[in-house]
Design a binder for this molecule. Sequence first.
Ligand code: FES
Length: 75
Amino acid sequence: MPYQESPHYVDETPGTKYYCTCGESANKPYCDGSHETKNTGKSPMEFEVKSACRMVICDCGKSKTSPKCDGSHSE
Ligand code: FES
């Protein structure tokens, strides 16, 4: 499952999240361990969500504000 050219809209809850950065997770935007089984050489991004909010999570791998989408997928 490769990177996609659109972000994920997620209603997040507070806590520590691990977002996929390799593009291979079957549970995007979250890491499911595929980066290891598929030997991608990447690791998940740990991110602390302070309070419940709607987040837009990058899935193209190009965002400069990762894990948040910055619109780079449409450039
Ligand atoms: S599955 Fe992609 S970073 Fe873990």
